[in-house]
Design a protein around this ligand. Sequence first.
Ligand code: NAD
Length: 356
Amino acid sequence: MDIFRAMAEHGHEQLIFNYDKTSGLRMVIALHDTTLGPGLGGMRNWRYGSEDEAIEDALRLSRGMTYKNAFAGIDFGGSKCVIYNDPEEKTDLLLRAAGRFVEILGGRIYTGEDVGLTPADVEVMARTTRYLVGRPHKSGDPSKAAALGTYSSIRACLQHVYGSGDPKGRHIAIQGAGNVGSDLARRLVADGAEVTICDLRGERAKAAAEETGAVVVPSEEIYDVACDVFSPCALGLILNPQTLGRLKAKIVCGSANNQLATPEMADALRAQGILYAPDFIVNGGGIVNIADEFEDGGYQRERAFQRVAQIGERLLAVFRRAEAEGVATNVAAERIAEDHIAAVAQQQRNFVPRRG
Ligand code: NAD
């Protein structure tokens, strides 16, 4: 892999390779853009097929965090830590080493739990670094905030398409009855919406249905449900040429990361007359909630949730820009984030102190 070319392609600032000889830790830390503030992004531990795959993931995910954080309106840049060791072989020594490597960056990045790490793992890391977010005594589990942001986004989508954001009488099909999907179902049913839900783990879908009154369908049938909103809250890459032709919804709006198999899928959805709410905006509730840890007086759930509930309004601005410029919603969202970063960079240039 030509690392500098890969960094230059998307304007990454730093790629840091960390190795600990005692535990065998191999960790890549990617910093994409720190115009808005220190890098903020989770730490992932995955069984990558190769070193290149791990590096590519760190580059891709850190860039995604720049956009997500910028769009969420928080003063953080984009970074990501990727551990290139088998998650099954994770040890306390390895986690302590990972924490130490975060610590020596002195606050250039903040990180927390992501795929392959548990809250308990983060507590082990906390013995060697201060630069952790989302710990239980601070903002804690972000899934309720992610569900609220998704709910606010669905309301905005309904507003844009039907002229009213009220979910009452609308039909929403939710893919995934996990932490986010179940909470979302609860909110929508309480509003009087009709909710269909599925989960590969049947018992989870059943539990969500029993609690909320949603209707369960087999997972493979969720794309075919005739509904107003299809809400992916399970896995990424589910909007692909195979699934797009099956969708009967007017709106796609869910919390799952990286829903589009390729960016062109957003154009295909647009051509089909389906409104696509970019995932990195819809699921920004988690990060907005975490950023509240840095506000005066420390984390306050009520203040954080008030901000999360505003995600829908930001989404409406994206839809307006997409229409005005004749582009897909993901392109409009990226333009808004880029404009924000450029404006802040310009402001910072104006404040460069003179020598002497
Ligand atoms: P979760 O692991 O609690 O739930 C996901 C559920 O999806 C699981 O029950 C799993 O069995 C199910 N699933 C997986 N593949 C499926 C398929 N093909 N069909 C049907 N069900 C399937 O995860 P979560 O916390 O609810 O998060 C849901 C999504 O939102 C994930 O993509 C996650 O990355 C994203 N997200 C979550 C948060 C958060 O704070 N929890 C924040 C931002 C983004």
